[in-house]
Write a protein that binds this ligand. Structure first.
Ligand SMILES: NC(=O)c1ccc[n+]([C@@H]2O[C@H](COP(=O)([O-])OP(=O)(O)OC[C@H]3O[C@@H](n4cnc5c(N)ncnc54)[C@H](OP(=O)(O)O)[C@@H]3O)[C@@H](O)[C@H]2O)c1
Length: 333
């Protein structure tokens, strides 16, 4: 294997997505416990925009390729890997490196894609659906009949949270910045819609819940939405801190959780996968099963070939992405 080449979209210096360069580079070789995967499709996620600007918590050495998840086929296995074989259709997580023909990934973080799912869908499925499922199941302990408010509800993790919330039996209020985005959330199962570009979030959610407030808030946006969202939570509510796509990391006055008997619940899915890979794979089995039953239908709204991966990141930074965006690689081997 040593010395074989592949194409990769490389970040050679930190900066905007326009600086990414498609380059011939050495194909990596899997070490113990690792796999080499010939990539078919790679999902775009918000951290891809941060990592190339050196604004993400993980800081790979330059040069590196962005892209934190992918699906494809196993091309080689490292020492000690028994669960997976060459030729298996798989989906994996790597934090970076998947905007390339091949990536080396830990076998522990890799799942076998069932025949019921195509590899393009699998390439965008793990990170968004895995995050939202872990957040709602293990962190919020969402129960059937509870009310769930999802912010950024047409985004990657947001739309996944809408679908998973419905699959878990919740009443889902989708909140987003435009009518078009809310229409997408409605088509994916949302029961009620709130346009926070136009109406007051707290007052509208309170009215929709008869003054009671919601049981769970799923917040991937933060910034100026966090305060009104927290104020629309009800007694013993759980506020899921997912991310800060809006830009600023908000602060919440601690008297608010006190008077509501409510919890602020952090979600760090990447660490959850690393610390409890068996539980992660069990979660993915449940998600694959729900997908095969038609309960989950990931939306792929845009496709970019590998050489235009930078345009895909720009698309997301301009808030144009809905559901998932895929970087197609294909034909790698
Ligand atoms: N905690 C974890 O383990 C974990 C795991 C995965 C992702 N995340 C985080 O979750 C967040 C969302 O990720 P994603 O991949 O779902 O992103 P995404 O598809 O771009 O969705 C983000 C949503 O945030 C809203 N938004 C508000 N201001 C924005 C801005 N200035 N730029 C872009 N979007 C803005 C947009 O909805 P509206 O236009 O409707 O407001 C958009 O749909 C990110 O912060 C990411 O880092 C966290």
């Amino acid at each position: 294997m040593t010395g074989e080449m592949m194409k990769a979209l490389l970040c050679e210096r930190h900066g905007p997505p326009e600086d990414l360069i498609l380059t011939d580079t050495l194909r990596p070789v899997p070490g113990p416990g690792q796999l080499l995967i010939a990539i078919e499709a790679s999902g775009l996620n918000f951290p891809d925009a941060l990592i190339i600007q050196d604004k993400y918590q993980m800081k790979p050495a330059l040069p590196f390729s962005p892209g934190g998840e992918a699906a494809g086929t196993v091309a080689a296995v490292g020492e000690g890997v028994e669960r997976l074989r060459v030729g298996d259709r798989v989906a994996t997580l790597t934090n970076w490196g998947t905007f390339a023909d091949y990536v080396v990934a830990p076998a522990e973080h890799t799942t076998i894609v069932p025949d019921s799912m195509d590899l393009e869908t699998a390439g965008v499925f793990t990170l968004a659906y895995g995050t939202s499922h872990h957040a709602l199941k293990q962190r919020a302990m969402l129960k059937p009949g509870e009310t769930l408010l999802v912010l950024g509800a047409a985004g990657g993790v947001g739309l996944a949270a809408v679908e998973i919330g419905k699959a878990m039996g919740a009443h889902v209020i989708a909140a987003a910045s435009s009518t078009d985005k809310l229409e997408i959330a409605r088509r994916h199962g949302a029961d009620e819609l709130v346009n926070y570009g136009e109406v007051d979030l707290k007052a509208t959610v309170k009215a929709l819940t008869g003054g009671k407030g919601v049981d769970v808030v799923f917040d991937p946006v933060g910034d100026r939405l966090a305060d009104p969202a927290f104020r629309s939570i009800g007694w013993e509510g759980r506020y899921l801190v997912i991310g800060f796509a809006g830009g600023n990391i908000p602060t919440i006055p601690l008297n608010l959780p006190l008077v509501k008997g409510a919890s602020i619940v952090g979600v760090f899915w990447g660490d959850f996968v690393a610390r409890t890979p068996d539980l992660h794979r069990a979660n993915m089995d449940e998600l694959y099963h729900w997908h095969s039953e038609g309960k989950l239908a990931p939306l792929i709204s845009a496709r970019f070939p590998l050489e235009r991966g930078g345009e895909a990141i720009r698309w997301m930074m301009e808030r144009k992405a809905v559901g998932k965006v895929v970087v197609t690689v294909g034909g790698a081997g």
